[in-house]
Write a new protein. Structure first.
Length: 575
């Protein structure tokens, strides 16, 4: 997909000063350019491109480069009073998350590794609904809302034909030999003129589920028919668990009103396979500066973290039993973000805001008890902005003042393992986080046990995917896109890297595989999307992508609210 006109650089990301940040960045939603057609390339949503390159100045750690020796202060240079004795220190104060604005100090952004059942938080206790105790009094109980069903009996209503109904054209007409099929396509529901979020895309063995504005839609993965009736909320959806739980549950948060004081504190659990609604409830405010204006959720194993702006509370996913709180600790350290998944729970805290020792701290928590397994303080000036992977742990850090970045990997016990040493500008896409750090909001990056895969940034023509050794931080190999359009990693599976090659105005996108070890690493085409649907495929605004069971899915993450054109919601391809 081609890119919109370049946006002004957003502070804090990219190569050293001699190589300023490129592209629009990961910041606030940008108004998409007007549609364009041949011979000009169609408009594409902004692609955050922080302009990565090997930092040519002191960085976060006690090693060469960002890991400078004590005489070369880095993010992990020793700082008395933080971390365990003998451990390197870590980069500091909140900087700018990839391409976005600086994260608010003390702002809790709870991120998901695997979504699952979540619970209502009221005054430090988890409740879902209330029931009568037999004496006319209401008591809190952890149970499902209503009967757990959201729709009336009968055939589900087709949920994806907003903005004037389905497109009339046959998207598979004129399909060429070797091209895949459009399995199904759905247009988006109406959105306000100011636009609306369309977060989340969850694929199970049965359903493809998508949130948009005030609704959640579900489609059968193979043919796109309605799997269950849409779930409609009274106010707009403001947060979701980006990934599903092992038993195919997600949690959606929606606003409690429309005023400037409205909060993102209404929670609803949904079963992706059946559409049944589980628990529902409200997240209570914490202290004076610990509100539920923005609520984030993260899952690790059977533990759910529910976060406000300066704290987190863990609950048992099955019973709703409160397990532990994470609050202010040490020298004014406030939980600022979480990342969960693969049985790991990582917390980032902002410490000493406004003081001489202002910095971030990275910790791994035991998901069952909240006990700190290890701590890595970060040197002042550095911010933990993203986690590219939890297992192994791969972290992206930024230094806004120095316009520097660092990608670091860690061992199981939190010790520094390596940093990326490739002199290159990389371009993963990392979401819309503005006021908080969305640690797990990146696409276009993949990690396996030994290798990090990143797409290079190009302004035109083919780009490359670079494989970086997690043991040394050095380049292992690189592969060029098979077309003149950009290619980015999607996932690793079966010893292969799966990548998406974006469409052009007259050719559909491709899904390719690349061997992860040895050889010349040629690309093998798994799907060639049809040219007849290239215009629609190319028009998805900031599209989220997924590859599952031989099918490729793409969906919008933001609706513009433009009444002059039919907006796209979701599309599926397969053989």
């Amino acid at each position: 997909m081609t890119q919109p006109p370049n946006q002004p650089p957003q502070g804090g990301f990219g190569a050293p000063p001699s190589q300023p940040p490129q592209g629009g960045g990961f910041g606030a939603p940008q108004t998409p350019p007007p549609p364009a057609g041949p011979p000009q390339a169609p408009a594409q949503p902004p692609q955050p491109q922080p302009g990565y390159g090997y930092p040519q100045q002191p960085g976060p750690y006690a090693q060469p480069g960002p890991y400078a020796q004590p005489a070369q202060p880095g993010p992990y240079a020793p700082q008395p009073g933080y971390g365990y004795p003998g451990q390197p220190q870590y980069p500091g104060a909140p900087g700018t998350p990839p391409g976005g604005k600086p994260a608010s100090k003390g702002k809790t952004a709870l991120i998901i590794g695997a979504a699952a059942a979540a619970l209502l938080v009221i005054g430090g206790t988890v409740y879902a609904v209330t029931s009568d105790d037999g004496g006319g009094k209401k008591k809190p109980v952890a149970e499902k809302s209503g009967d757990g069903k959201h729709s009336s009996s009968g055939t589900p209503v087709d949920p994806g034909n907003g903005n004037g109904g389905a497109d009339p054209e046959n998207l598979n007409a004129g399909r060429k030999p070797g091209e895949a099929k459009v399995l199904w396509y759905k247009s988006a529901p109406d959105a306000p003129g100011s636009g609306a979020n369309a977060p989340g895309m969850w694929i199970t063995g049965k359903t493809a589920v998508k949130a948009a504005y005030k609704q959640v839609f579900a489609y059968n993965v193979g043919n796109g028919t309605a799997a269950w009736d849409p779930i409609t909320f009274p106010q707009k959806i403001c947060a979701v668990t980006p990934q599903k739980s092992d038993d195919n549950k997600v949690v959606v948060a929606y606003m409690n009103g429309v005023s400037d004081r409205a909060k993102c504190n209404q929670l609803q659990q949904i079963d992706l396979d059946t559409g049944n609604k589980g628990w529902s409830g409200q997240v209570a405010d914490g202290g004076l500066f610990d509100s539920a204006l923005n609520v984030e959720l993260t899952i690790s194993g059977k533990t759910l973290m529910v976060g406000r702006s300066e704290s987190g509370t863990a609950y048992d996913l099955g019973s709703g039993r409160k397990m532990f709180d994470k609050k202010k600790y040490g020298a004014a350290c406030f939980p600022a973000a979480y990342a969960g998944g693969t049985g790991r729970l990582v917390q980032v805290a902002s410490c000493g805001a406004g003081g001489s020792n202002e910095h971030d701290e990275l910790q791994e928590l035991d998901p069952a008890t909240g006990k700190v397994k290890w701590t890595q303080p970060v040197k002042k000036g550095w911010s933990v902005a993203r986690t590219y992977s939890l297992d192994p742990l791969v972290v992206y850090l930024t230094n806004e003042d120095k316009k520097a970045w660092n990608i670091s990997t860690f061992t199981k016990d939190g010790k520094f393992r390596s940093e990326v040493k490739v002199n290159e500008k990389f371009a993963p896409r990392c979401g819309w986080a503005i006021l908080e750090r969305d640690l797990q909001g990146c696409q276009g990056v993949a990690v396996d046990a030994d290798t990090l895969y990143l797409p290079t940034n190009t302004t035109s023509g083919a780009n490359e995917i670079v494989a970086v050794s997690l043991a040394t931080g050095k380049e292992k190999w690189r592969v060029k896109s098979p077309t003149d359009e950009s290619m980015s990693p999607v996932k690793t599976e079966g010893g292969k890297l799966i990548a998406y090659v974006q469409p052009s105005y007259d050719a559909g996108g491709q899904i390719v595989s690349i061997p992860t070890a040895g050889g010349s690493h040629p690309t093998t085409k798994l799907l060639q999307n049809p040219s007849g649907s290239a215009e629609i495929e190319n028009a998805f605004f900031d599209g989220a992508v997924a590859w599952a069971d031989g099918r490729f899915f793409i969906s919008s993450t933001r609706l513009t609210g433009n009444d002059d054109s039919k907006e796209k919601l979701m599309m599926a391809f397969g053989k």
